[in-house]
Design a protein around this ligand. Structure first.
Ligand code: SAM
Length: 315
């Protein structure tokens, strides 16, 4: 593991030269609120037909290790989430196990260098390593590394907007529930792509502001405005919420993430492999492809991207 840490993280390089695609903010055309045709074109390759289970590049995976996007699994995740405060072990272990299975539907993790940006507690480290990945967690809050119990090895302190990792240094760049905590989400998305090697996978998942959990612990009052929700929380609890809008929580939308993704695809930096509502059953995957609706209904909006080959490597 030490070798992996050295190979990936110790190669500290300045984060010069973002990949193309950082012009998202300049693209002002709103997304049409119509479903299918425009939504279909968001993906670079055809979607599996109303997938009950997800695409799997590893058909050799034993049945018990496969990801099954069933209703039962969504209910289990939601139940775990309800106990997040009282029993974080239960929730985060469940989430980490599910996340690794889900990612394996897209990429073989055995031997892959995985950078988990905003890895937080060590639960993900355990599951990724169990799956055979060379896992590196990165987080600016060093206290979060040990939240799962004993201190976890292979963790690096840093920010997703300026990753201390060389370009093309990892096969998989993973980020779960972090983008909404970053003031410049496009800068972080650019960074995730930069550190991924050509042909590698970027999996990024976040809670859109208009989702029922968009305001985090101040939800659902964030629908009346972030500041108002904060004041209400303070009044009720006698303390500031951990996630403060404009400070540690930012209103990021699926539309904004997709604008970035389409611009990056146009620039030849990535392919968009999939967009999905991370926790939903397979039959509800379509909601992630419907502009406007997806802001409120996906709960957690996920993009799976493949970094394009360098111009010299293309045929
Ligand atoms: C809600 S937790 C998510 C933890 C874990 N990835 C998960 O899905 O359970 C958000 C994490 O993002 C981290 N974070 C906040 N700002 C960040 C930044 N600029 N770069 C990377 N991580 C950041 C926080 O420290 C925290 O650990």
């Amino acid at each position: 593991m030490l070798v992996a840490v050295c190979a990936v993280a110790a190669t500290v390089v300045p984060t010069a030269g973002r990949p193309p695609g950082s012009d998202a903010d300049t693209e002002s055309s709103p997304e049409p609120p119509s479903p299918s045709p425009s939504a279909e074109s968001e993906l670079s390759q055809p979607q599996p037909p109303s997938a009950e289970s997800e695409p799997s590049p590893s058909p050799e995976l034993p049945d018990e290790q496969r990801h099954r996007a069933t209703l039962r699994r969504s209910v289990a995740l939601f139940r775990g989430f309800l106990h997040e405060q009282s029993d974080p072990d239960r929730f985060y272990s469940l989430l980490a196990d599910d996340s690794v299975r889900q990612l394996r539907s897209y990429v073989d993790l055995v031997g892959a260098r995985v950078l988990d940006v905003g890895g937080g507690p060590g639960y993900f480290a355990t599951e990724f390593r169990r799956a055979g990945a060379a896992y590196i967690g990165l987080d600016p809050a060093v206290g979060d590394f040990a939240a799962a119990g004993a201190a976890v090895s292979g963790m690096v302190r840093g920010s997703g907007t300026a990753l201390p990792v060389r370009s093309g240094g990892v096969e998989v760049c993973y980020s779960s529930n972090v983008l909404e905590h970053v003031a410049e989400p496009e800068a972080m998305l650019d960074e995730l792509v930069r550190v991924t090697r050509a042909g590698g996978t970027v999996f990024v998942s976040f809670t859109p502001w208009l989702s029922p959990w968009g305001g985090h612990e101040t939800s659902p009052w964030h629908f009346l405005g972030g500041e108002r929700a904060r004041r209400r929380y303070l009044r009720r609890n006698g303390r500031e919420p951990k996630n403060r809008v404009g400070h540690t929580l930012f209103p990021v939308s699926a539309a904004r993430a997709m604008r970035w993704a389409r611009a990056a695809r146009r620039a030849g930096a990535i392919d968009i492999v999939d967009v999905l509502p991370r926790y939903h059953p397979g039959w509800a995957r379509w909601v992630a492809r419907v502009p406007v609706l997806r802001e409120a209904l996906t709960w957690n909006f996920t993009m799976v991207l493949r970094k394009a080959a360098e111009p010299d490597d293309r045929e």
